[in-house]
Design a protein around this ligand. Sequence first.
Ligand SMILES: [Zn+2]
Length: 581
Amino acid sequence: MLSSTFLDEDGVYDPAHFNDRLLLGLKGTMSEAELHVLRARLQGGIRNKARRGELVITPPIGLAYAATGTLGLDPDTQVQAALRLVFATFRRTGSATAIVKTFRRQGLLFPRRVHAGPRQDEVVWTALGHTQALRVLHNPRYTGAFVYGRTRTRKTLDGRDTLVRVPPAAWDTVIRGAHAGYLTWEEYEENQRRLHASAQAFGANRRQSPPREGPALLQGLVLCGRCGERMTVRYHVRRGRQWPEYLCQRAGVERGTPPCQRVPGAGIDQAVGEVLVAAVSPVALEVALTVQQELQARRDEADRLRDQQVDRAQYEADLARRRYMQGDPANRFVADSLEAEWNSRLRALSEAQQVRERQREQDRQVLSAEQRAAILALATDVPRLWRDPQTPDRERKRMVRLLLEDVTVRRDPGITLHLRFKGGATHTLSLPLPGNAWQQRTTAPAVVQAIDQLLAHHTVPEIATQLNARGLRSGEGQAFTAVIVARILTRYHLLPRYDRLRQAGLLTREEMATLLGISQSQVKVWRQQGLLRGHAYTARPDWLYEHPGAHPPRKAQGVKFSQRRLPEFTPEQAKEVQCEA
Ligand SMILES: [Zn+2]
């Protein structure tokens, strides 16, 4: 059967015959080996050629081979201008998203070379996408360097080819300054660093979130200085107020590990607010005006680009018209399609003209005196609004978002804040790690001293009562409670009452029971009956006992407590016991 036979220069094989199959198999193996050798030889040739910088690799858009065979900038100045705008915008903003937004806002298109199909090698103009912007920024060839080996094909398990990116250090060939370019190699490297940094700051899960309710000023703007994730806010309610805490927990939530870092927010918010108010007046004014000047320059540049866009549309419309005119009117199909082409070109032209007019109108508005006055007003408005207690948290948050790009926070062991302003300026400040909210309010030294003295004779709740009776107030201006006194005790490392009594030689109930050879419950009864003298060290109360001395009370059943021996009272001790009651 002819359909199932194979054919090569040596003859016809029928796979149904074993001998033929064997021969076929051998041949197959051999040809595969041959292919491999051939490919290796070819690759070696390519690589050698590449190493001499002579390999012809399709250049990215914006670079083109001249008729003389040398590579250089695309002679089309509109294409050049589009690429220059990409690099200039990145220089200014450091963000690929900003480039895309700039193009969209200005109504500009970006050139793209068609690689296949009937319009192959033609340059078409389409909206600039984020991926495309990134590809341009990442491509070292725009520096005028000859680069080979940025990607490598690798076979996947199912036999398909995939393209693998090779790290710059492993690129096969890099010849800098091989031809004209759009930026320097140094600038390219700097761009890579910035892209890497913003890839950390603007990853998919780290997008800035819009302001929500709650007093945390920097909610949605805080980045973790340890892992680079965006930090979330958690509120703790204390004394009817919300206290923010910035928390890096995304990884923690996903992997079930404890949060990466948590930082109390009150101190941070206050410090950032101070920086903004202090920085905004003279600095922001200058920045705002510089930005405006630069915007003006960009506008002129963009306007030229749009002119070119209109010119090109005009040229294409004219071309379509000529084609239509020259076409054979007898051939209806050709005439129809030429007419349709002409119409679509005319539509494109009027669209380009409209975009240009619309944008010019907007540009004029941006330039208005009002706008300028608004920027000038910023310098006085921000501090005034900021300090005004009537200003809601929401407004302050909005102001922060107007001025700040993000804030990186690191706890190490103080707090380091790295502020990134919208204009690209940065500011770093360090804060001491605050204690809890109550610790931020200082306790008057007189109060600490009074507590220290009272501890010799009183339990913590009693001390609170005593302090209130003396008309003293806590650091937060409130009446003392046992909790507040206890916190001050810990905070100022005052020796607790228990330790003071133990140092004075007082015994625990257990020790007393052992000493007297009685049960612990009997110790309690004896204290209640006045045979033993106890001093309370908690509000429960828990007691510590004075040593009964050389003549302790005895166990004597049937004898009235009043007739048993009582330890002798000194006037000083008597006073103390009264205080205990
Ligand atoms: Zn983190």
